[in-house]
Ligand binder design. Structure first.
Ligand SMILES: [Zn+2]
Length: 262
């Protein structure tokens, strides 16, 4: 087995709000990966005394521990428990019903000798490569399919589509959101390698159209995770000068890539 993990802040002066872990509990038990992208709130109230990194560290830590120790639970059940565990220490001090309570996108994968389980919530991506080289993206495309007009302002999005029926969902303080995640199980024999990427890295495909998901996977496999992030940064700098690609809110975003060869 070989793993590679790269996570870079979009801005050196701000904390990285992504979280990434790979756990290999013991020989024969397989392993897990967890990737979160903490959602940066707009300026103003969040109802919470805590920071986004405070939240992602706890949610990511809980997901890592539970995927390793509770192999009898499904990944949805684990996400639900991890959200509850994370909400508990600030339930009395903070307004966890606030639409901008700390929240994150989630990718979890867990492999054993027999299966590879996965869970994807919101706009991070999980790519699975089969032994014949076919790359299958597992995506929660709710956000991408919403009309841009619904995202015209943060206030409009918070009031109408953020964690609302018909909108898109993130892991915040409500454990029932786990039932909204894209999940599945595939035979381990059908997976040779996996890659999980936050949207700061999937820009390579989705914003800059350097290639499709298969090309992206091949790039990480051949050039490495760092090379993919470096390439995105180069494209972002050129774009900031040219303003050729409109509609992007930040020049750089936190970017995380976890690559695992089984
Ligand atoms: Zn709080």
């Amino acid at each position: 087995m070989r793993t590679e993990l790269v996570s870079e802040p979009g801005d050196r002066d701000r904390p990285n709000e992504d979280f990434a872990s790979v756990a290999l509990p013991a020989s024969g038990l397989g392993g897990t990966l967890v990737v979160l992208d903490g959602v940066t709130p707009p300026k103003g109230a969040t109802g919470c005394l805590h920071s986004v990194p405070w939240f992602t560290a706890r949610l990511g830590g809980a997901l890592t521990e539970l995927t390793v120790s509770c192999r009898d639970l499904t990944l949805s059940e684990i996400l639900s428990r991890a959200i509850l565990r994370t909400a508990e220490p600030h339930r009395s001090s903070c307004d966890l019903s606030h639409p901008r309570t700390p929240q994150a996108t989630v990718v979890v994968a867990r492999w054993s000798a027999e299966t590879v389980e996965y869970l994807v919530l919101s706009d991070s991506a999980l790519l699975l490569e089969s032994p014949d080289g076919t790359v299958t993206p597992h995506l929660d495309d709710r956000l991408a399919l919403l009309p841009r007009s619904a995202l015209a302002t943060d206030a409009l999005a918070d009031a109408t589509i953020r964690n609302k029926e018909g909108g898109f969902f993130t892991a915040a303080a409500d454990p029932t959101v786990a039932t909204r995640a894209v999940t599945g199980v595939v035979p381990r024999a059908e997976v040779r390698a996996l890659a999980a990427l936050t949207d700061g890295a999937t820009r390579w495909v989705e914003k800059f159209q350097e290639g499709d998901w298969t090309d992206c996977f091949t790039y990480v496999h051949k050039e490495g995770a760092q090379a993919l992030v470096d390439r995105v940064r180069t494209l972002e700098r050129a774009d900031a000068e040219q303003r050729a690609h409109l509609g992007r809110s930040k020049t750089h975003d936190d970017a995380t890539v976890v690559y695992v060869e089984l």
